[in-house]
Design a protein. Structure first.
Length: 337
């Protein structure tokens, strides 16, 4: 991978599928240079490094943290490890881009933000969709009054995966569950457009072993009274659209978590479709945001600030509390009498 000499030097923590996706995006990002990878084993690190032409492969995350040739670390490990690894890399003087969700709960997220502030290092939750061209366009259209005052939105992200209690999607030890894995996308969209959210209600279906949610529905209200109906699932295929409704029309996003098209419906007018394709796979925009912020000496992104991640973490905590009182039956169980 060839990059400009002044590029931000990245280290990658983790060698799973999401790490490969991020590296594919960095191929189109001149502001990035990948200099090292860390994993739990030297074999995994070396295989990943060989695949991507990375100079240094570390068999421990501690060695990656100690690498003087790394400016920023992309954390691509399972959710429960986000908190300890983020703290370790920040304390080692690295900037951090940590995969979503930032942490398992709001307490962990608060400790991560506090560490970034104390160490004077950049920290951002990798909410890559926030920086996509289609999302930016939708935000501009709403801000410009194209659909009038926003009154409600719906967003969903769901797919049907075969049940395997050992898979990370269904294993609580690996941070499994629909809410943590894909629910953060519709929640982040609602937060992006409605601001601070109040949970009105939530229900969830549990896995056959009763350990994680496989389908969660949430109703939230924004600070100005607008509402949002949000759904996520790992055992149910969904249309995966997002619709933002205003007094004068509505916007449709073709895929709620990764849109490339925005369709504007004005009252009395014909639909207008706006195409906003990605340059690579979409992850390039968050990497560029990190490089911009670090170059400016900023510790947080104005488009995905710490308070936003803290609000989302608190929201997830609240949804879990509320939904626990209204649990739907585990999938495959007999109807209640």
């Amino acid at each position: 991978m060839t990059h400009d000499a002044g590029a931000l030097r990245w280290g990658v923590a983790g060698t799973g599928g999401i790490a490969h996706t991020f590296l594919e995006a960095l191929k189109s990002t001149p502001s990035a240079q990948v200099t090292a990878v860390g994993s739990r084993t030297a074999e995994r690190a070396r295989a990943f490094a060989d695949t991507w032409g990375i100079p240094r492969a570390h068999g421990t995350y501690e060695d990656l943290a100690d690498d003087p040739g790394v400016d920023a670390v992309y954390i691509a490990v399972p959710h429960p490890a986000h908190h300890p690894h983020t703290l370790a890399f920040l304390r080692a003087g690295k900037h951090v881009l940590v995969e979503k969700p930032m942490a398992m709960n709001a307490q962990q997220a608060s400790e991560m933000v506090a560490a970034a502030r104390t160490q004077g290092r950049f920290l951002m939750e990798a909410m890559w969709t926030r920086f996509l061209p289609a999302y930016r366009l939708a935000r501009e259209l709403v801000a410009d009054g194209a659909i009038g005052p926003l009154r409600s939105l719906t967003a969903e992200f769901g797919f049907s995966a075969p049940y395997d209690p050992a898979h990370r999607l269904f294993d609580p030890a690996l941070g499994g569950g629909a809410l943590l894995d894909v629910g953060v996308y519709p929640l982040a969209l609602a937060s992006h457009f409605l601001g601070d959210l109040t949970v009105v209600g939530a229900t969830r279906h549990l896995s056959p072993d009763h350990t994680v949610d496989t389908h969660t529905d949430v109703l939230v209200r924004g600070a100005d009274g607008a509402s949002a109906a949000l759904r996520c699932a790992t055992r149910s295929a969904m249309p995966n659209r997002a619709v933002l409704v205003g007094e004068e029309g509505w916007l449709e996003l073709d895929r709620s978590w990764a849109p490339t098209e925005v369709v504007l419906h004005r009252r009395g007018g014909e639909p207008e479709a706006f195409q906003r394709p990605w340059r690579a796979n979409g992850y390039e925009y968050e990497a560029e945001e990190v490089a911009r912020c670090v170059a400016r000496g900023e510790l947080e992104s104005p488009d995905m600030p710490w308070e936003e991640s803290l609000r989302l973490a608190r929201l997830v905590d609240r949804i879990r509390d509320v939904a626990a009182f209204t649990d739907a039956q585990p999938e495959g169980s007999a109807p209640r009498s």
